[in-house]
Design a protein around this ligand. Structure first.
Ligand SMILES: [Zn+2]
Length: 441
């Protein structure tokens, strides 16, 4: 009887990271005797980073599926080469190109900060060589399973991954946004398409992100207008520094600013320049505002050198720059220049993790500049432009699909618990695993 019970366990999920936390997303799927990974991210901490280290004890991996390029989903890829685990990596074309730049940059930053990245530069090349480009909406069969990448509406190239194995349909959402933004076709549009064409019908196991599982995001249109009004007000007397995430938010802010005429210059500085270049050159699938983005990218002044930056700083202008959580990059120099004058402003444009400069600026009005705790005198405001679904959208998505089993991950404990309580009440078989947990199905 015991043998029979063991034998009946076909499929297993092991949550190596991104479970009751945001960061180092990595789920192992064991099916048909093979071992696959869904994402392989890093979690950045104040001093160094955390990887899904248990993965590196595995004897082999048969395939790795990447939902999108953000480092909390891709950052530990070079370690796979380092630990001799390299395997076919499946991702969209945009994800491949954007990941390449992000990994190169994170290696550079690790070196600058004297953090050991635990891999060498050649590892990056081998990762790139192992990637296999997957087209959206096309079914593939490889290593014994069938899979399809569907639009996730989160950032360019982002995909939900639909896997068919052992007669079951599994949907891993990665990060997703249901509603359409100025940059991306939302998964809502595509989910209707996918519901109609049957891709999202009869899902057995849904593995959903939960980043905003306990929060409601503001409506987009009034938020954008308020943001534009505030930029216009401040630039009448001063400068606005807009910290952005280089991938997604930077491009969206450009498209939003295109709605109005500005009598001050707009500067675009940092990693967002290279990212925009790639986004405009590679596969435009599911992007909405590329024509406006292209126009704006030509119109704004790109800042590429320190000398140029020093020359342009002291003026009434709009500075769009990285990093989005004010944790390094050119944004530090701009803020150093404007923080003391109440006529200036810092407008944060996305989620700010705990213990980041962006978070302390919003919550307590200070940040660390060159190691000095600095209480700023300029205005600070946060605008919730998010590439994620909020709790209402997450619930809508679950109810659209009506899966047999729903697993919530990629969210803080409160967010995951909130969604689990709701899903159980709705009658779904629900899981909210923590790191290290295993689910046998
Ligand atoms: Zn993401």
């Amino acid at each position: 009887m015991l043998y029979l019970a063991v034998y009946l366990i076909f499929m297993k999920f092991i949550f190596h990271g991104g479970a009751k936390e945001v960061g180092k997303s990595c789920i192992e799927l064991i099916t048909n005797g093979n071992r696959y990974l869904l994402d392989a991210g890093l979690k950045f901490k104040e001093h160094g980073f955390e990887a899904p280290f248990k993965v590196f004890d595995l004897p082999h991996i048969d395939g790795l599926f990447l939902s999108h390029a953000h480092l909390d989903h891709t950052g530990s890829l070079p370690l796979f080469e380092h630990f001799n685990l390299i395997c076919p990596i499946y991702c969209t074309q945009q994800t491949r190109e954007l990941t390449k730049i992000l990994l190169k940059d994170s290696y550079k930053i690790a070196r600058i900060k004297h953090l050991h990245p635990a891999y060498q530069k050649p590892d990056l090349k081998k990762v790139y060589a192992a990637t296999n480009i997957v087209n959206f909406d096309k079914e593939y069969t490889a290593q014994g399973i069938t899979f399809k990448f569907l639009n996730a509406g989160h950032i360019p190239g982002s995909a939900m991954i639909l896997i068919k194995t052992e007669g079951k349909k599994i949907l891993y959402t990665g990060d997703f946004k249901l509603s359409t933004t100025k940059l991306m076709t939302g998964a809502r549009d595509s989910s209707q398409k996918y519901l109609t064409n049957g891709d999202l019908k009869d899902i057995d196991i849904l593995i959903s992100e939960s980043t905003y599982g306990d929060k409601t995001l503001p409506e987009r249109a009034p938020l954008e207008e308020h943001f534009l009004d505030r930029v216009a007000e401040v630039t009448q007397q001063g400068a606005v520094v807009i910290p952005v995430f280089s991938l997604g938010r930077a491009q969206e802010i450009l498209i939003i600013l295109a709605k109005r005429k500005w009598n001050v210059p707009i500067y675009f500085d940092g990693m967002c320049v290279d990212m925009t270049d790639i986004i405009l050159k590679k596969d435009p699938s599911y992007l909405t505002g590329t024509a406006t983005l292209r126009q704006m990218f030509r119109k704004v002044t790109l800042v590429r050198q320190e000398q140029q930056r020093q020359k342009i700083m002291n003026q009434r202008a709009i500075f769009i720059t990285t990093s989005g959580m004010v944790q390094g990059g050119p944004v530090m120099e701009y803020i150093e220049n404007i923080w003391g004058d109440p006529n200036n402003a810092i407008f944060l444009t996305g989620f700010q993790c705990k213990r980041t400069n962006g978070r302390t600026l919003v919550d307590e009005g200070y940040l660390y500049l060159k190691g000095w705790k600095t209480t700023v005198r300029c205005a600070v405001e946060k605008f919730d432009f998010s590439g994620h679904s909020d709790d209402a959208e997450l619930k809508t998505f679950v109810n659209l699909l009506k899966p047999k089993i729903v697993i919530f991950q990629h969210g803080d404990e409160d967010a995951v618990n909130n969604l689990c309580t709701w899903a159980e009440q709705e009658g779904y078989r629900t899981y909210g695993p923590a790191v290290g947990h295993e689910i046998d199905l």
